[in-house]
Design a protein around this ligand. Sequence first.
Ligand code: NAD
Length: 336
Amino acid sequence: MAANIKKNNKESLARKKVLVSGAGGFIGNHLVTFLRKKGYWVRGVDLKYPEYSLTDADEFELLDLRRWDNCLQATRGIEEVYALAADMGGMGFISSHHSEILRNNALINIHTLEASRVNGVKRYFYTSSACVYPEYKQTETNVVPLKEEDAYPAQPQDAYGWEKLIIERLCHHYREDYRLETRIVRFHNIFGPLGSWEGGREKAPAAMCRKVATVKLTGNHEIEVWGDGKQTRSFCYIDDCVEGIYRLMRSSFHEPLNLGQDRLISINELAKMVAKIAGIKIKIKHVEGPQGVRGRNSDNSKLRKVLKWEPKISLEDGLAKTYSWIEDQVRIKFHK
Ligand code: NAD
């Protein structure tokens, strides 16, 4: 075990100890950095170390959280848990791999929550998703923004969303039955630097940045977009995401809460925005591919009311930072 633990904890005793699961992933890695800056002692746990940066965690353990004994190890001595570990990816990944996703994520979350109870964790943050919302509310591109109560009657599109709904319920029951304080967030498409940008698990903004950076470097200005590209989404920059996570964790609100931007944009418009940032003209070629629901947007009324705050970073500013990082990654790959 000693080999897979990175320790940097001389002054750790006075600081509140928190666990970030999924700390090798995109949001988890950023959250570890944010919490360290706030003065917490942070244990990160994941199957892997962050791929694109070093971790800022005081201690990092490589553990498979599908296993009960590993969940007990991960939550030992911890006051607060931020549960981000999940087998997930963009539309291409979650519209297939249903059994794998449902099985792996259910095991991770059921065991992490119970281990937290057994180890006396005081507060537990669960990362749910806009994928819990029913398909029948998302059939138009100019979709009505989704309110938290729209989740029922339930009809999520994919197994990924069903698992999130079940664990939302489990958090609710643990809070009522065992007085473990739980907080539940429903993210709407988080993006930013240091996230997956190739390999099949990347989400639309990262995939678009990679495609645009690639055509910029090759000079062939045609990029592929799945479907007719008129499907719509909203996108939230990572710095707003971690700020929102923290504010919700510190609040007394224990029902599920949306966390995202409420600016709707089509995938075609997203592609053009990235091309403008890159300073090139592109030609979009529409090809067969999974598109998910036709339209999805976040209703932020409750978020504003509960947290007296909402995400502020514009899509243009967030994409500019993300594009710049991904263009660098693509250049490095080209020159290998
Ligand atoms: P990510 O894939 O970058 O990070 C998830 C991490 O969990 C990965 O590093 C992965 O290795 C780890 N993991 C998977 N299986 C594990 C296991 N068995 N044991 C330990 N670790 C394991 O994803 P992300 O974008 O950082 O998402 C974090 C959380 O937020 C997830 O729960 C995800 O479902 C949720 N979420 C994200 C978004 C988004 O837009 N990124 C949207 C909705 C919900």
